[in-house]
Every structure is written in structure tokens, then in C-alpha cells.
Design a protein around this ligand. Structure first.
Ligand code: SAM
Length: 231
């Protein structure tokens, strides 16, 4: 039995778009494939396929058999239900969304993930940051949701830097890496973000903090956007 050190969550494509300031049209217009790291049991890979977009998901949890993984994802959903009951405003992606509707979107994403990963296992690659089994510059866009800053106990500063650099390495020149959130599970912002950004700059990676509007309620969220410098 795989014992994960994080929740296995199952966000749908529309939630990813909201997190990262993307639209379906922007995804469809990308010149190459997208990397979702960590993919968890998200619906992004399956749903993007319907848009004609190739998304490769990578996650160490993909080493586990699928029934085990979907059971863990179901437990992740139940854990989110508990968090939502205690503090809905903190966990809902929009303040106008009802918790039951949000949880249904996770249920649907988890089902899409299960069907797609059974049908197309080559799109779900078992691997762990800070080392990914992809060639340099393989992806037009790399998305990283709810890992590098959300679990500082797994990613202390040096490992965070190594993880971010690895995401940049596998992203094509001219492409970008988007990382969210920049706070931990208790909503504490990363205290050493400026030092991390200067470490990236020393390695020719430009970083920008971009505020994207949250769909539906006018609030914004901060996303770290990385590019190889000089592009
Ligand atoms: C909270 S989930 C996020 C999944 C997805 N991005 C989402 O937002 O629904 C965190 C994921 O990180 C994965 N994970 C844990 N350690 C990792 C590592 N070193 N590299 C990549 N993924 C990792 C876990 O297996 C888990 O699926």
C-alpha cells in the first residue's frame, strides 16, 4: 500500500484555469504539450485531451496500482469536505461556489482521471521532483499546483529551489512555469521567497509574481511565473 506524504487531490481543468490565470482557448493555442507536476488525480490531462491539448501528468503516486490511487483520491476528497465544513471561505476557489458543487467537480475529475489513466497510461508518468524523466525543453507550459510551497516539510528551501529549476529545465525556451500556491497549508506565505527568487536569478531564471483574478468574485491570487532569462 502506497502511503502518501500529501493529500492526493483531484482538481478539474476549470479549477486549474482559475488557479493559473488560463482559459481553455489559451491552452488550445499553446505550441506544444503541457506538464502537470504534480498531477495527483486531477482531471486536467483527460479534459485537455478533448480540447486537442496534450497534457502529461507526473506524480510519484502513479507508481501505485490504479484502484489504490483512486481510493487515496477519494480520501483526499473526503478530507477536503471536512476542511470545507470548517472553513469554506479558505478552501473554496470562489466565494460564490457552494461546497457541494465544488466537491462534485472533484468527483467528476477523479472519475475522468481514473478512466483516462487506465486508457492512456503513457500520459501519467511516475516520477518525483526534484528529478523528472523528461528531456530539456519538452513542454510549452508547466503547471505546478499545491506542492512546492504547500508542503514545506517535504520541500525545505534547497529542495524547493532544485524543484523549481527542474520544472524550468523541462520547459521549452519561450515557455513558462506557473506555480501556485505560494503559501503553506495554514495560509502562511513562504518566508524565504525573495531568497529563492534571487537563487533562481543567479541561475538565469527570471521570476515574476503575477496577480490573476479569481473567476467570479473579484479577488486575486498570486502565481509565481518562471522563464529562462533572456527570452
Ligand atoms: C495536493 S496534491 C496536488 C495534485 C494536483 N496538482 C491538484 O492540484 O489537484 C499533491 C501531489 O503531490 C504529489 N507529490 C508528493 N511528492 C512529490 C514530489 N516529490 N514530486 C512530485 N509530486 C509529488 C503527491 O503524490 C500528490 O498527488
Amino acid at each position: 500500500m502506497h502511503t502518501p506524504s500529501t493529500l492526493i487531490t483531484s482538481r478539474p481543468l476549470d479549477e486549474y484555469c482559475g488557479l493559473f490565470g488560463l482559459t481553455r482557448a489559451a491552452l488550445a493555442a499553446l505550441p506544444g504539450p503541457v506538464l502537470d507536476c504534480p498531477g495527483g488525480a486531477a482531471g486536467l490531462t483527460a479534459e485537455a485531451r478533448e480540447l486537442g491539448v496534450t497534457v502529461i501528468a507526473t506524480d510519484p503516486a502513479y507508481a501505485a496500482p490504479l484502484p489504490e490511487l483512486t481510493a487515496l483520491a477519494r480520501a483526499g476528497r473526503d478530507s477536503m469536505a471536512t476542511h470545507l465544513a470548517a472553513a469554506p471561505d479558505r478552501y473554496l476557489p470562489s466565494r460564490h461556489l457552494r461546497p457541494e458543487r465544488y466537491l462534485r467537480s472533484w468527483d467528476r475529475a477523479r472519475r475522468l482521471f481514473a478512466a483516462d489513466s487506465a486508457a492512456r497510461p503513457e500520459r501519467y508518468v511516475a516520477a518525483a521532483l526534484p528529478r523528472l524523466p523528461f528531456a530539456d525543453g519538452s513542454f510549452a507550459l508547466t503547471l505546478s499546483a499545491y506542492l512546492l510551497f504547500a508542503y514545506p516539510e517535504l520541500f525545505p528551501p534547497e529542495r524547493q529551489l532544485a524543484g523549481l529549476l527542474e520544472l524550468v529545465r523541462v520547459t521549452a525556451p519561450g515557455g513558462e512555469v506557473r506555480v501556485y500556491p505560494l503559501h503553506d497549508g495554514a495560509s502562511r506565505p513562504c518566508p524565504h521567497l525573495p531568497r529563492l527568487r534571487s537563487g533562481l536569478g543567479e541561475r538565469q531564471v527570471s521570476s515574476e509574481l503575477v496577480r490573476f483574478a479569481r473567476p467570479g468574485d473579484g479577488r486575486t491570487r498570486r502565481v509565481l511565473v518562471l522563464r529562462r532569462a533572456g527570452r
